[in-house]
Write a protein that binds this ligand. Structure first.
Ligand SMILES: NC(=O)c1ccc[n+]([C@@H]2O[C@H](COP(=O)([O-])OP(=O)(O)OC[C@H]3O[C@@H](n4cnc5c(N)ncnc54)[C@H](O)[C@@H]3O)[C@@H](O)[C@H]2O)c1
Length: 258
C-alpha cells in the first residue's frame, strides 16, 4: 500500500486516465476525491472504487472555475482531513486547422488544459503551505507539449504551457517541501480513442506507425507513472515531465509496416 492514509484529489476522474489514476491510488490505500464535470460517470468511478473495498467520493467541479476548484480542495480537507496528492488531469482536445481556429475554441482549450491546471495547483498548494503539508502535485501534459501533431494548435500550446507551469511551480514550491511533476502520455486507449477508432479504421495504423511499442497505452499504464510521481519513489524528482509514450518521442521517422 504505497499511498496508505494519503488524501488524493484527481481532476477529470470520471473516465479515461483520471479514472484509472483514481482507482489505482485508492487501491494503494489513498482516500480519493474524484472530481469531474460529469457526475454520472464520476459516480461510476467512485462505485468501482468502493466495490473494490476502497475509499473514494465524488465532487462535481469545473476546473475553469477558481471558485469550484477552491471548494473542491476545501471539501477534500473537510472530508478526509488532509491534502497530500493532487493530480491536475482534466483536459479536452479540439482538432481544427490553425487557419480556421476561432477565439472561442482557443480560449476554451486553454481555459481547461492550462488555466485549470494553474487553478488546481495554486488552490492545492496554498492549502498545503498553510497546513505545513509537504504535498505532491502531478500535472497531465502530453507528448504534444514537445512535438506537433497537425490541427491541434490550442491543445499543443496548452500542453507546452503545462510543462513550463510545472517547472515554475516546482521551483517556487520547493522551499515548502512540495514537489511538482508532470506526466506526458503518448496515445492512450481511452473511450475517446476507442470511439475514434470505430469511425476511422486507419487510426490504429497511425498509432502503430508512430509508436515503437506498436500499441496505445492502457490508462492503467499511465496511472502507474502517476503513482511513481505520487510516492517517495520519486523523492528527488521535481520540475520534470516523464513521458509514458511507448517510445514515441525517441522516433524520428515512422515505424515500418509489419
Ligand atoms: N488519451 C490520450 O491519448 C492522451 C494523451 C496525452 C495526454 N492526455 C491527457 O490526459 C488527460 C486525460 O485525458 P483522457 O484521454 O483520459 O480524456 P477523457 O476525455 O477520457 O477524460 C477527461 C475527463 O476530464 C473531464 N473534464 C473535461 N473538462 C473538464 C473541466 N472543465 N472540469 C473538470 N473535468 C473536466 C471530462 O468530463 C472527462 O471525464 C487530459 O489532460 C489529456 O489531454 C491524453
Amino acid at each position: 500500500m504505497r499511498l496508505q492514509g494519503k488524501v488524493a484529489v484527481i481532476t477529470g476522474a470520471a473516465r479515461g486516465i483520471g479514472a484509472a489514476i483514481a482507482e489505482r491510488f485508492a487501491a494503494e490505500g489513498a482516500k480519493v476525491v474524484a472530481a469531474d464535470m460529469d457526475p454520472l460517470a464520476g459516480d461510476e468511478t467512485v462505485g468501482r472504487i468502493r466495490a473494490a473495498g476502497n475509499e473514494a467520493r465524488f465532487v462535481g467541479c469545473d476546473v475553469t472555475s477558481r471558485q469550484q476548484v477552491a471548494a473542491l480542495m476545501d471539501r477534500a480537507i473537510e472530508a478526509y482531513g488532509s491534502l497530500d496528492v493532487v493530480v491536475a488531469n482534466a483536459g479536452i482536445i479540439h482538432n481544427t486547422p490553425f487557419l480556421e481556429l476561432d477565439d472561442a475554441t482557443f480560449d476554451r482549450v486553454i481555459a481547461v488544459n492550462l488555466k485549470g491546471v494553474f487553478y488546481t495547483g495554486q488552490e492545492a498548494a496554498r492549502r498545503m503551505v498553510d497546513r505545513g503539508i509537504k504535498g505532491i502535485i502531478v500535472n497531465t501534459a502530453s507528448v504534444n507539449a514537445v512535438i506537433v501533431p497537425l490541427g491541434l494548435a490550442a491543445y499543443n500550446a496548452s500542453k507546452g504551457g503545462v510543462n513550463q507551469l510545472t517547472k515554475t511551480m516546482a521551483v517556487e514550491l520547493a522551499r515548502h517541501g512540495i514537489r511538482v511533476n508532470a506526466i506526458g502520455p503518448g496515445s492512450v486507449a481511452t473511450d475517446l480513442f476507442r470511439s475514434a477508432m470505430l469511425t476511422d479504421p486507419e487510426a490504429m495504423d497511425r498509432v502503430r506507425s508512430r509508436t515503437p511499442l506498436g500499441r496505445p497505452a492502457e490508462p492503467s499504464e499511465i496511472a502507474g507513472a502517476a503513482l511513481f510521481l505520487a510516492t517517495d519513489d520519486s523523492a528527488y524528482f521535481t520540475g520534470q515531465t516523464i513521458y509514458p509514450d511507448g517510445g514515441r518521442l525517441a522516433l524520428s521517422q515512422v515505424m515500418p509496416k509489419e
